[in-house]
Ligand binder design. Structure first.
Ligand code: FES
Length: 82
């Protein structure tokens, strides 16, 4: 999907949705941390050298880490021979 208008980011591709307002972490930064090996919510913050402030984003970050882990597993399963 290609972003348009105000939601377009600097690369002109996908919008970078803010996940953590307190620390200015967007979905790409969370994904970057996960791709770099962050396997938990706490490690996502640690990867970027920040700490949760208000804590409102913690559940979302946790879900994103779990989803990313699940995506990796499903990719393997989808690629497996039937
Ligand atoms: S929104 Fe992430 S700590 Fe407040």
């Amino acid at each position: 999907m290609r972003a348009t208008g105000r939601n377009r980011d600097r690369t002109g591709t996908e919008p970078a949705v803010i996940v953590c307002v307190c620390n200015n972490l967007n979905c790409r930064k969370v994904r970057e941390a996960v791709d770099a090996g962050a396997a938990s919510c706490a490690k996502v913050y640690l990867h970027h050298g920040v700490r949760p402030q208000c804590g409102r984003c913690v559940d979302t970050v946790r879900e994103m880490v779990q989803t990313a882990s699940g995506d990796a597993g499903s990719t393997v399963l989808q690629g497996a021979p039937a």
